[in-house]
Design a protein around this ligand. Structure first.
Ligand code: 5GP
Ligand code: MN
Ligand code: MN
Length: 475
């Protein structure tokens, strides 16, 4: 199978266009990751490469694995003036699923005596699990304010601080939302889900900085050795999922109407410049704002808990970045600056230094990229590069990526064994569901160190810090 791939460098592989591919496929990975990558990734990369209006390449990150339509870890940019499309499968069901890291001024030693209680209290305060509900109840019309306002809405309601917004992608509020394109069903399902973690691989983790690789960038980010940080991963809950579900048939119909051949159910799409495409975009932005508001409310809850143990302590937002989005961005392609719709599904935006969109404090060094590993292994903070902007529209991996299906993991691991094994390593894990924990066994994921190494060696990012878990809450 490696034969189909043209080796560009040790960390970059190309699938030259064949059939109806309009651009090449491009996979960033080392040889071992390529060998282990499931077959379906190639197929999906090629499917995406054949969509109308795609520019430059259909890209997969080192953590790529099979997904609905696009691979998870897929990046593709479309030119609206060249018939470019927007696709549900290019964003994913959990619209704007993402991660936020909060920095504490505390060291590992200072937190250790309270760790067990802190994890327990966080578990009790931040609602988690399938269909979990929080204290905030919103009617559909109140929810419309969330869908337009995002994290800004949350801060205005007293969840967090104005300063937080500076450190969130889109400054906490993505423009272009129109809640009238979101179904009543979606809004009803979200009634009590703002400020909740959800289930599956969504997590809230207490971590410490085990290693710093780049002192200058780490200090710009406010990171230091042995520092305790809190990272959480969640998205737009039921609302995002319902938006995706609602738009699948709408875009399937649109694809037929505009004569776009569809190779997989979730690869349905519509031209960006069509009523259907515009409607999906406006609804999707609502999903993004829902996720940003969600993570803002969770930030508030986490701060309240931490203050109980450490009065007067302030948790600063390092950054909040999504990995399931479609965004309007300007990129240079073949010497021309184009306005593009960049899909990143299971891929993180990764701006290099100098970008105006970045918080002032980071502009000189580049954007922080937050990468989860698993509850039993390292996670990483990376920084974006100019080279990555050129090679992959400023994108990076988003995690280690699964290597084992959920089904296989349930058959292979037991929750109690995982908890005990991790406790011996000094990691306290609390899960809402035993099945969920088994699915999330660290062994079900690729080696995060390898994935990070490949992402950095490919030039997409640089390493800043390694994080090791101390406590993990799983939905
Ligand atoms: P996804 O966004 O595709 O659902 O997954 C995000 C990534 O988070 C996964 O690829 C995995 O590497 C990572 N991850 C999953 N569970 C955990 C966890 O409990 N802790 C940490 N630190 N990372 C995790
Ligand atoms: Mn998610
Ligand atoms: Mn995610």
């Amino acid at each position: 199978e490696l034969k189909k791939l043209k080796k560009i460098s040790d960390y970059e592989w190309e699938i030259p266009p064949y059939g109806d591919m309009k651009v090449p496929g491009k996979i960033f990975a080392d040889e071992k990751l390529i060998e282990e990558m499931d077959e379906k990734v190639y197929e999906q990369v090629c499917n995406v490469a054949s969509l109308p209006g795609i520019v430059k390449a259909s890209i997969a990150m080192p953590d790529a694995h099979w997904g609905y339509g696009f691979p998870i870890g897929g990046v593709a940019a479309f030119d609206p003036d060249a018939g470019g499309i927007i696709s549900v499968g290019g964003v994913g069901y959990d619209i704007s699923c993402g991660v936020r890291t909060l920095l504490s001024p505390l060291t590992k030693k200072e937190v250790e005596p309270y760790l067990e209680k802190l994890v327990r209290e966080l578990f009790e305060t931040v609602p988690s699990g399938v269909g979990s509900e929080g204290e905030i109840k919103l009617s559909p019309s109140q929810l419309d304010e969330v869908l337009v306002g995002g994290a800004k809405w949350a801060v205005e309601k007293g969840y967090g601080e104005l300063e937080d917004l500076e450190y969130i992608e889109e400054k906490g509020c993505m423009p272009g939302a129109d809640p009238s394109y979101v179904s009543m069903e979606a809004k009803k399902r979200q009634h009590r889900q703002i400020g909740t973690l959800g289930s599956g691989n969504h997590y809230l983790e207490i971590q410490y900085v085990a290693e710093i690789y780049d002192e200058k960038t780490a200090s710009a980010f406010g990171l230091f050795k042995d520092q305790v940080v809190i990272t959480f991963h969640c998205g737009s809950r039921a609302l995002g999922h319902q938006i995706a579900t609602d738009y699948l048939p709408i875009l399937a119909k649109a694809a037929r109407k505009y004569g776009i051949p569809i190779k997989e159910k979730e690869l349905v799409c519509a031209p960006i410049n069509s009523p259907e495409g515009e409607q999906y975009f406006k609804a999707m932005v609502c999903g993004v704002n829902c996720a940003l508001a969600n993570r803002q409310v969770i930030t508030h809850l986490v701060r309240e808990v931490v203050r109980k143990f450490f009065p007067g302590i302030h948790l600063k937002v390092l950054y909040d970045v999504s990995h399931n989005t479609c965004k309007v961005e300007y990129h240079e392609v073949n010497g021309k600056r184009l306005k593009l719709y960049v899909h990143r599904k299971g891929a993180t935006r990764a701006w290099g230094p100098g970008r105006e969109e970045l918080p002032k404090a980071y502009r000189e060094v580049g954007q922080p990229i937050i990468i989860g590993g698993s509850m039993g292994t390292a996670s990483y903070i990376l920084v974006g590069t100019s080279e990555g902007e050129e090679k992959a529209f400023g994108s990076a991996c988003h995690g280690a990526g699964r290597t084992m299906s959920r089904h296989q993991a349930i058959k292979s691991f037991r929750a109690d064994d995982i908890i005990e094994k991790l406790r011996k390593k000094g990691i306290i894990v609390i899960g809402k569901s035993k099945k969920g924990l088994a699915e999330e066994a660290p062994e079900a994921y690729k080696d995060v160190n390898e994935v990070i190494n490949a992402t950095c060696k490919a030039g997409l990012t640089k390493k800043v810090a390694k994080l090791i878990p101390m406590g993990c809450i799983k939905g």
